[in-house]
Design a protein around this ligand. Structure first.
Ligand SMILES: NC(=O)c1ccc[n+]([C@@H]2O[C@H](COP(=O)([O-])OP(=O)(O)OC[C@H]3O[C@@H](n4cnc5c(N)ncnc54)[C@H](O)[C@@H]3O)[C@@H](O)[C@H]2O)c1
Length: 257
């Protein structure tokens, strides 16, 4: 299929919902074949089946990004089904809302396990394959957050998990630039997805919480998953061939203040 991503094979983690699902649709519409990986079996299988029913090359994979075995298997599925792996969108993540004084030891471990360790494992297994394949190379895009760039109250375990992947992006970009692998990070502002809805519910004042979030964005609204997907597709494509190590806010001006 033609398009900016024609002939490329992508793995997207957290593809059952929100930004990951929107990016799967975007990648497919631009010509990529996509492995849609997620821990929610029913949801990811339903979404991949829906896209495949339209004749698009999408397959579902049930996996947990905190498992190195599962991340190895995800790469194997991409190679078995589509022949190689050109793009990783390390997107799976979980949110957290609350003050540090209320956060438990388990809150820290759980959020860091998915948002930081999960990205580390997905990137490691994908890059191992990208280095070895013929021809070598690839594009890794990590989903960070404005919380990885600025102090935002009430995100004690979440913000450090995103700070970790921002720095992982820079480090991997420098390490693999000369070997044909680009590594970039998108840092979304608030985006209307299920993780945001869960954060609103946890806040105890959903409408006040949303109004506070909107007020932080100079553009005067929160973002859409498709707006993040558009930035990810650009970074994944050869149009971004001289871009590596970039930390791209997609945030309606949040971090420009
Ligand atoms: N929505 C926002 O406002 C916002 C803002 C900035 C960054 N982000 C980041 O964007 C990414 C996607 O978030 P979203 O808003 O689309 O949320 P979402 O909850 O809609 O989607 C996240 C997906 O990740 C999956 N997932 C969670 N844990 C997993 C695991 N261990 N293994 C595999 N899959 C797992 C979930 O099942 C879900 O399908 C996250 O990393 C999030 O931190 C979101």
């Amino acid at each position: 299929m033609g398009g900016r991503l024609g002939g490329k094979v992508a793995l997207i983690t957290g593809a059952a919902s929100g930004i990951g699902l929107a990016t799967a649709g975007r990648f497919l519409s631009e010509g990529a074949s996509v492995v849609m990986a997620d821990v929610q079996a029913g949801a990811v299988e339903a979404e991949a089946s829906r896209l495949a029913a339209d004749g698009l090359p999408a397959v579902a994979l049930v996996m947990d990004v905190t498992s190195s075995d599962d991340n190895r298997r995800a790469v194997e599925v991409a190679v078995d089904r589509f022949g190689r792996l050109d793009i990783l969108f390390a997107n799976a993540g979980i949110g957290y809302s609350g003050a540090i004084v209320d956060a438990t030891d388990d809150d820290w471990d759980r959020v860091m396990a998915v948002n930081a360790r999960g990205v580390f494992l997905s990137a490691r297994e994908s890059i191992r394959h990208m280095l070895a394949q013929d021809p070598p190379g690839g594009s890794v895009i990590i989903n960070g957050s404005i919380s990885g760039l600025a102090g935002i109250p009430g995100q004690a375990p979440y913000a450090p998990s995103k700070g970790a992947v921002v720095q992982l992006t820079r480090q991997l970009a420098v390490e693999y630039a000369a070997r044909g692998i680009r590594v970039n990070c998108v840092c979304p502002g608030t985006v209307d997805t299920p993780v945001l809805r869960r954060g609103m519910a946890m806040s105890g004042d959903p409408e006040g919480f949303l109004a506070m979030l909107i007020a932080g964005h100079p553009i005067g609204r929160i973002g859409l998953a498709d707006e993040i997907a558009a930035a990810v597709a650009f970074l994944a494509s050869d149009e971004a061939s001289f871009i590596t190590g970039a930390i791209l806010p997609v945030d309606g001006g949040y971090t420009a203040r």
